[in-house]
Write a new protein. Sequence first.
Length: 68
Amino acid sequence: MNSLKIFFNLRTRIMDLLLATDRPAPDAFDHPDICAMNLRELADLPLPGLPLTTESEMHETLPLARCA
């Protein structure tokens, strides 16, 4: 009987792996209110910018910031 348990457990594990699907991360832009917005309303949304990680990236992306 124990040998059959091994096969049944293996079968359930394989079925769980086959049925498991990765859900995509929820996208905020899929919300119906945001989908109904026009471009001007979308431009007014306070979206965060990408963080600058290193000093060299900061100088490459913002060359005029050093002069000001």
